[in-house]
Design a protein around this ligand. Structure first.
Ligand code: AMP
Length: 215
Protein backbone atom coordinates (compact mmCIF):
# COMPACT_ATOMS: atom_id res chain seq x y z
CA UNK A 1 0.00 0.00 0.00
CA UNK A 2 1.60 3.23 -1.20
CA UNK A 3 -1.02 5.93 -1.03
CA UNK A 4 -1.32 9.70 -1.22
CA UNK A 5 -4.29 11.38 0.43
CA UNK A 6 -5.40 14.51 -1.35
CA UNK A 7 -7.97 16.86 0.11
CA UNK A 8 -8.32 20.34 1.52
CA UNK A 9 -7.45 21.09 5.15
CA UNK A 10 -10.28 19.66 7.27
CA UNK A 11 -11.37 17.08 4.68
CA UNK A 12 -10.59 14.22 7.07
CA UNK A 13 -7.24 13.06 5.68
CA UNK A 14 -5.65 12.61 9.10
CA UNK A 15 -8.58 10.67 10.54
CA UNK A 16 -8.85 8.34 7.55
CA UNK A 17 -5.08 7.87 7.22
CA UNK A 18 -4.91 6.83 10.90
CA UNK A 19 -7.76 4.34 10.38
CA UNK A 20 -5.95 2.81 7.39
CA UNK A 21 -2.68 2.70 9.32
CA UNK A 22 -4.32 0.68 12.10
CA UNK A 23 -5.93 -1.78 9.74
CA UNK A 24 -3.04 -2.28 7.31
CA UNK A 25 -0.02 -1.75 9.60
CA UNK A 26 1.63 0.84 7.35
CA UNK A 27 2.71 4.23 8.70
CA UNK A 28 0.66 7.39 8.25
CA UNK A 29 3.15 10.09 7.34
CA UNK A 30 1.92 13.64 7.82
CA UNK A 31 4.18 16.53 6.84
CA UNK A 32 2.00 18.79 9.00
CA UNK A 33 2.63 16.58 12.06
CA UNK A 34 6.38 16.39 11.30
CA UNK A 35 6.57 20.18 10.94
CA UNK A 36 4.57 20.82 14.13
CA UNK A 37 6.92 18.47 16.01
CA UNK A 38 9.91 20.43 14.66
CA UNK A 39 8.32 23.72 15.75
CA UNK A 40 7.64 22.31 19.23
CA UNK A 41 11.21 21.03 19.58
CA UNK A 42 12.58 24.36 18.35
CA UNK A 43 14.85 22.77 15.74
CA UNK A 44 16.39 24.90 12.99
CA UNK A 45 13.74 23.60 10.60
CA UNK A 46 10.98 24.36 13.08
CA UNK A 47 12.20 27.91 13.56
CA UNK A 48 12.27 28.39 9.77
CA UNK A 49 8.79 26.91 9.23
CA UNK A 50 6.85 28.46 12.14
CA UNK A 51 5.86 31.83 10.65
CA UNK A 52 4.96 30.30 7.29
CA UNK A 53 2.68 27.76 8.98
CA UNK A 54 1.04 30.39 11.15
CA UNK A 55 0.31 32.43 8.02
CA UNK A 56 -1.30 29.40 6.37
CA UNK A 57 1.21 29.38 3.51
CA UNK A 58 3.20 26.41 2.20
CA UNK A 59 6.64 25.69 3.64
CA UNK A 60 9.31 25.67 0.89
CA UNK A 61 9.19 22.62 -1.39
CA UNK A 62 12.86 21.71 -0.80
CA UNK A 63 12.32 21.54 2.97
CA UNK A 64 9.31 19.22 2.87
CA UNK A 65 10.76 17.12 0.03
CA UNK A 66 13.92 16.50 2.08
CA UNK A 67 11.82 15.69 5.15
CA UNK A 68 9.71 13.14 3.24
CA UNK A 69 12.71 11.61 1.51
CA UNK A 70 14.32 10.93 4.90
CA UNK A 71 11.10 9.60 6.39
CA UNK A 72 10.42 7.23 3.46
CA UNK A 73 13.85 5.67 3.93
CA UNK A 74 13.00 4.57 7.47
CA UNK A 75 12.43 0.88 8.08
CA UNK A 76 8.69 1.03 8.77
CA UNK A 77 7.96 2.72 5.40
CA UNK A 78 9.50 -0.08 3.34
CA UNK A 79 6.31 -2.12 3.22
CA UNK A 80 4.11 0.84 2.36
CA UNK A 81 2.88 4.22 3.59
CA UNK A 82 -0.01 6.64 3.59
CA UNK A 83 1.02 10.19 2.84
CA UNK A 84 -1.22 12.74 4.53
CA UNK A 85 -0.63 16.36 3.46
CA UNK A 86 2.16 15.62 0.98
CA UNK A 87 2.46 16.35 -1.90
CA UNK A 88 0.81 19.76 -1.85
CA UNK A 89 2.22 21.21 -5.08
CA UNK A 90 3.20 19.90 -8.52
CA UNK A 91 6.97 20.12 -7.81
CA UNK A 92 6.42 18.05 -4.64
CA UNK A 93 4.46 15.43 -6.60
CA UNK A 94 7.19 15.26 -9.25
CA UNK A 95 9.84 14.87 -6.56
CA UNK A 96 7.84 12.05 -4.94
CA UNK A 97 7.57 10.20 -8.25
CA UNK A 98 11.34 10.46 -8.71
CA UNK A 99 12.03 9.17 -5.19
CA UNK A 100 9.72 6.19 -5.66
CA UNK A 101 11.02 5.43 -9.15
CA UNK A 102 14.54 5.30 -7.78
CA UNK A 103 13.36 2.66 -5.29
CA UNK A 104 11.33 0.79 -7.96
CA UNK A 105 8.23 1.12 -5.80
CA UNK A 106 5.81 3.39 -7.69
CA UNK A 107 2.87 5.04 -6.02
CA UNK A 108 -0.31 2.95 -5.92
CA UNK A 109 -2.92 5.67 -5.91
CA UNK A 110 -3.92 9.19 -4.93
CA UNK A 111 -7.27 9.41 -3.17
CA UNK A 112 -9.15 12.69 -2.92
CA UNK A 113 -11.42 13.27 0.06
CA UNK A 114 -13.92 15.54 -1.58
CA UNK A 115 -15.62 18.07 0.75
CA UNK A 116 -17.21 21.35 -0.42
CA UNK A 117 -15.37 24.51 0.63
CA UNK A 118 -18.22 25.88 2.78
CA UNK A 119 -18.28 22.75 4.97
CA UNK A 120 -14.52 22.88 5.55
CA UNK A 121 -14.58 26.18 7.41
CA UNK A 122 -16.74 24.87 10.28
CA UNK A 123 -14.82 21.61 10.41
CA UNK A 124 -11.58 23.55 10.91
CA UNK A 125 -12.77 26.19 13.39
CA UNK A 126 -14.35 23.43 15.53
CA UNK A 127 -11.42 21.03 15.39
CA UNK A 128 -9.67 20.03 18.64
CA UNK A 129 -7.11 17.30 19.38
CA UNK A 130 -6.05 15.56 22.57
CA UNK A 131 -2.69 16.83 23.88
CA UNK A 132 -1.89 13.30 25.07
CA UNK A 133 -3.24 10.69 22.62
CA UNK A 134 -4.00 12.85 19.57
CA UNK A 135 -7.69 11.81 19.40
CA UNK A 136 -9.68 14.24 17.28
CA UNK A 137 -12.91 16.04 18.20
CA UNK A 138 -15.07 18.75 16.71
CA UNK A 139 -16.92 21.05 19.07
CA UNK A 140 -19.87 21.29 16.60
CA UNK A 141 -20.14 17.71 15.30
CA UNK A 142 -18.33 15.35 17.67
CA UNK A 143 -17.84 17.20 20.99
CA UNK A 144 -16.13 15.53 23.95
CA UNK A 145 -18.32 14.59 26.91
CA UNK A 146 -16.49 17.07 29.16
CA UNK A 147 -15.71 20.37 27.45
CA UNK A 148 -12.00 20.82 26.73
CA UNK A 149 -11.01 17.29 27.81
CA UNK A 150 -10.41 14.01 25.99
CA UNK A 151 -12.98 11.23 26.53
CA UNK A 152 -10.24 8.58 26.43
CA UNK A 153 -7.71 9.92 28.92
CA UNK A 154 -9.07 13.22 30.25
CA UNK A 155 -6.09 15.20 28.91
CA UNK A 156 -6.55 18.77 27.73
CA UNK A 157 -7.78 19.35 24.18
CA UNK A 158 -5.73 21.64 21.96
CA UNK A 159 -6.89 24.09 19.33
CA UNK A 160 -4.26 24.34 16.57
CA UNK A 161 -2.72 27.79 16.16
CA UNK A 162 -3.49 27.73 12.43
CA UNK A 163 -7.16 26.77 12.92
CA UNK A 164 -8.18 30.43 13.31
CA UNK A 165 -10.40 32.18 10.78
CA UNK A 166 -7.76 34.30 9.02
CA UNK A 167 -5.29 31.46 8.63
CA UNK A 168 -8.02 29.02 7.57
CA UNK A 169 -9.02 31.40 4.76
CA UNK A 170 -5.40 31.47 3.56
CA UNK A 171 -5.00 27.69 3.83
CA UNK A 172 -8.14 27.04 1.76
CA UNK A 173 -6.97 29.58 -0.83
CA UNK A 174 -3.52 27.97 -1.00
CA UNK A 175 -5.19 24.59 -1.42
CA UNK A 176 -7.26 25.77 -4.40
CA UNK A 177 -4.31 27.39 -6.11
CA UNK A 178 -1.41 25.06 -5.39
CA UNK A 179 -2.75 21.66 -4.33
CA UNK A 180 -6.00 21.18 -6.32
CA UNK A 181 -4.00 20.91 -9.62
CA UNK A 182 -2.69 17.58 -8.30
CA UNK A 183 -6.06 16.03 -9.16
CA UNK A 184 -5.28 16.40 -12.88
CA UNK A 185 -1.66 15.37 -12.28
CA UNK A 186 -2.72 11.99 -10.85
CA UNK A 187 -5.65 11.57 -13.29
CA UNK A 188 -3.15 11.82 -16.13
CA UNK A 189 -1.21 8.97 -14.53
CA UNK A 190 -4.37 6.85 -14.17
CA UNK A 191 -3.84 6.79 -10.40
CA UNK A 192 -6.73 8.88 -9.13
CA UNK A 193 -9.88 8.13 -7.14
CA UNK A 194 -12.29 10.51 -5.41
CA UNK A 195 -14.51 9.68 -2.46
CA UNK A 196 -17.35 11.70 -0.97
CA UNK A 197 -15.76 13.10 2.20
CA UNK A 198 -19.09 14.38 3.54
CA UNK A 199 -20.32 10.88 4.36
CA UNK A 200 -19.91 9.39 7.82
CA UNK A 201 -16.40 8.35 8.90
CA UNK A 202 -17.00 4.61 8.42
CA UNK A 203 -18.65 5.04 5.05
CA UNK A 204 -15.76 7.20 3.82
CA UNK A 205 -13.37 4.52 5.06
CA UNK A 206 -15.25 1.80 3.14
CA UNK A 207 -15.16 3.90 -0.03
CA UNK A 208 -11.41 4.42 0.35
CA UNK A 209 -10.82 0.71 0.86
CA UNK A 210 -12.86 -0.08 -2.27
CA UNK A 211 -10.88 2.48 -4.30
CA UNK A 212 -7.55 1.18 -3.02
CA UNK A 213 -8.41 -2.39 -4.06
CA UNK A 214 -8.56 -1.26 -7.68
CA UNK A 215 -5.01 0.16 -7.54
P1 AMP B 1 -1.54 20.22 7.84
O1 AMP B 1 -1.44 19.70 9.22
O2 AMP B 1 -1.34 19.15 6.80
O3 AMP B 1 -2.78 21.04 7.59
O4 AMP B 1 -0.30 21.23 7.65
C1 AMP B 1 -0.15 22.38 8.46
C2 AMP B 1 0.77 23.37 7.79
O5 AMP B 1 2.07 22.78 7.60
C3 AMP B 1 0.35 23.81 6.39
O6 AMP B 1 -0.59 24.87 6.42
C4 AMP B 1 1.69 24.25 5.80
O7 AMP B 1 2.10 25.51 6.30
C5 AMP B 1 2.64 23.20 6.37
N1 AMP B 1 2.73 22.01 5.49
C6 AMP B 1 2.28 20.76 5.74
N2 AMP B 1 2.53 19.93 4.71
C7 AMP B 1 3.14 20.69 3.77
C8 AMP B 1 3.63 20.43 2.46
N3 AMP B 1 3.54 19.21 1.90
N4 AMP B 1 4.21 21.46 1.79
C9 AMP B 1 4.34 22.67 2.33
N5 AMP B 1 3.88 23.00 3.56
C10 AMP B 1 3.29 22.02 4.27
Amino acid sequence: MRLVFLGAPGSGKGTQAKMLMKKHQVPQISTGDLLRAAVKEGTQLGIQAKATMEAGQLVADEIVIRMISERLHEEDAQKGFILDGFPRSIPQAEALDKMLEAEHHPLGMAVLLDVPMDALFKRLTGRRSCSHCGALYNVYYTPPQKEGHCDKDGAELLHRADDNETTITNRLDVYQKQTAPLVDFYKAQGKFAAVDGERGMDEVFAQIEAAVKTA
